[in-house]
Ligand binder design. Structure first.
Ligand SMILES: [Zn+2]
Length: 200
């Protein structure tokens, strides 16, 4: 199971990752056992964000009762997406809210040579989520009047803050800001076969 941990920056995250007690959970989010989880190593994942391009460690814990693992993903990352939240936000706002071309939106997201298909992939996933996002986010902000759900969702995210919205959606509703990839069930559970990390 993945859960998000609050972070101020990638730098801060990397500085704190070595301390297993820093964000150790006292309650198992899966079986609810009230007992500190045991540090269980790391896995490594790629992350491309506005000012970062590399691999980051993600800390894992294991519950001594149900034996299941919990990964603490930093909140600047989106599960199963190589690209970070800040970068995707810059792209979607530039393309869908400001109306820039795909190429210009790529530049706005500091990805001047980004393949055309990658931006379209994000747009398609976001479009599919727009109605659900508008509904879910009404508990965080007032409904914004807009011509369509897509624009409304973008305005609501801009008002709330994308990271705050991402934390809320993931922690409370198990919703993925860009929708769960097809190889996962609606709530982010694996469907029984190992999946390679997404590359887009
Ligand atoms: Zn447990």
């Amino acid at each position: 199971m993945q859960i998000l941990r609050l972070t101020r920056s990638i730098k801060q995250y990397l500085e704190e990752i070595s301390d297993p007690n820093r964000y150790r959970l006292d309650l198992c989010p899966q079986c609810q056992a009230r007992c500190p989880l045991i540090a269980h190593g790391f896995y490594s994942r790629t992350l491309v964000d506005v000012a970062f391009d590399g691999r980051i460690p993600v800390r894992r814990y294991v519950c001594r009762f149900c034996k299941r693992t919990v990964s603490l993903l930093p909140d600047f990352a989106l599960p199963y997406l190589r690209f970070g939240l800040s970068l995707i936000r810059l792209f979607l706002v530039a393309r869908l809210l400001i109306g820039q071309s795909l190429r210009e939106a790529g530049r706005a997201a500091r990805q001047p040579h980004m393949p055309y298909q990658r931006g379209q992939f994000w747009i398609r996933r976001f479009q599919k989520q727009a109605v659900a996002l508008c509904t879910a986010l009404t508990s965080l902000t007032t409904v914004v009047v807009a011509a369509d759900f897509l624009t409304r969702a973008l305005h609501m995210l801009e008002t709330i803050g994308w990271t705050a919205a991402h934390r809320f959606l993931f922690a409370k509703l198990r919703m993925h800001l860009l929708g769960w990839p097809r190889f996962l069930l609606p709530h982010g559970c694996r469907v029984g076969f190992p999946a390679a990390p997404a590359d887009s």
